[in-house]
Design a binder for this molecule. Structure first.
Ligand code: NAD
Ligand code: UDP
Length: 325
């Protein structure tokens, strides 16, 4: 039987964190989910509350906490542009102080710690697709910087704790991921388009819709990060985890309209500042080192996501922060 570990998931009530908690509980691990519920709600994990291997702590990662664990997945951070720009100072504090607190815990306990980094590390990339060796093109002064630079500083902290204090780390650069349990009002493109289509609202394309993104289904993503955590200690990353299928935002809008059967129009709104023009992961490193590659094509993942959006009651979700509508 596989070893049972005590695992902390920060941001564990969020979209990705809640799926990760589920996966780890199912594998028999003792899971501590830590969250301040800034961008999530307890309903994401309420089905786990009665499970003897699951524990929920309301806490903010910018504040110290003393727990004894074997592994830490550091997922806590607002991830949607509307969420992370709502309080940019808090966003950068969450990345930087959250990383320091989790690295300190890992150092004290001898735990392994994985950082949920992001493709935003690459900014508006002038290398395409983006390999891990690319250092990126980030505007340190713009509205996305609180997130991008916070995550970049967190990567620096992870590498320095690893080199200086021999902390056993992993860094995963997550590319746009979607699926059930995305917050329907988070303002991200997949959730916005599906919610708009299902409620008969116009689909809002920012700019001319020629910008591209690569969309990874949440099951593929969770598999990738668990493989990275469980992988060999001499491969700390960073490693890109994402789906290399690349779509324009206009193509995504048309696919959502087709799959929902909605009779809605596409309208255009101004492109937000520093919006990356293109994004696609080079995943050769993940293939080689982790034997990982995504399995779920966009059309299939969108169908499952649309099904979930149809099943929820939108009135149970409060728009938590202003989004771009
Ligand atoms: P999410 O907003 O659903 O989840 C983030 C969770 O962190 C939420 O539950 C939120 O309440 C919690 N949180 C925020 N600030 C906190 C704080 N100070 N203390 C404790 N908890 C806090 O977003 P997600 O998409 O699930 O993202 C999870 C992680 O993955 C984030 O670190 C994000 O940067 C990273 N990521 C996600 C994507 C993606 O496409 N989903 C892409 C790149 C990186
Ligand atoms: N976008 C859009 N309409 C929306 C929401 C987003 O056209 O209603 C665009 C946005 O400008 C960006 C892309 O979709 O080019 C992805 O946006 P998202 O906020 O999902 O994530 P990002 O990758 O920009 O962090």
């Amino acid at each position: 039987m596989a070893e049972i570990k005590r695992i902390l998931v920060t941001g564990g009530a969020g979209f990705l964190g809640s799926h990760l908690c589920e996966r780890l509980v199912d594998a028999g691990h003792d899971v501590i989910c830590l969250d301040n519920f800034f961008t999530s709600q307890k309903t994401n994990v309420s089905h786990l509350l009665d499970h003897p291997n699951f524990e929920l702590i309301r806490h903010d990662v910018t504040l110290p906490i003393f727990l004894e664990v074997d592994e830490i997945y550091n997922m806590a951070c607002p991830a949607a542009p509307g969420h992370y720009q709502y309080n940019p100072i808090k966003t950068i504090k969450t990345s930087v102080m959250g990383a320091i607190n989790m690295l300190g815990m890992a150092k004290r306990c001898g735990a392994k710690v994985l950082q949920a980094s992001t493709s935003e590390i690459y900014g508006n990339p002038d290398v395409h697709p983006q390999p891990e060796t690319y250092h990126g093109n980030v505007n340190p002064l713009g509205p996305r910087a609180c997130y991008d630079e916070g995550k970049r500083a967190a990567e620096t902290l992870f590498m320095d704790y690893h080199r200086m204090n021999k902390v056993n780390i992993r860094i995963v650069r997550i590319f746009n991921t979607y699926g059930p349990r995305m917050h329907p009002y988070d303002g991200r493109v997949v959730s916005n388009f599906i919610r708009q289509a299902l409620t008969g609202q116009d689909i809002t394309i920012f700019g001319d819709g020629s910008q591209t993104r690569s969309f990874c289904y949440r099951d593929d993503l969770v598999e990738g990060i668990v493989r990275m955590m469980d992988g060999p200690d001499d491969f700390v990353g960073p490693v890109n985890i994402g789906n290399p299928g690349e779509f324009t935002i206009r193509e995504l809008a048309e696919l959502v309209i087709e799959l929902t059967g909605a009779k809605v129009n596409i309208i255009h709104k101004p492109l937000p500042a520093d919006d990356p023009a293109r994004r696609r992961p080079d995943i050769r490193l993940a293939q080689e080192k982790l034997g990982w590659q995504p399995k779920v094509p966009l059309r299939e993942g969108l169908k499952k996501t649309i099904e979930w959006f149809r099943s929820i009651d939108l009135s149970h979700y409060r728009p938590p922060t202003p989004n771009f509508e």
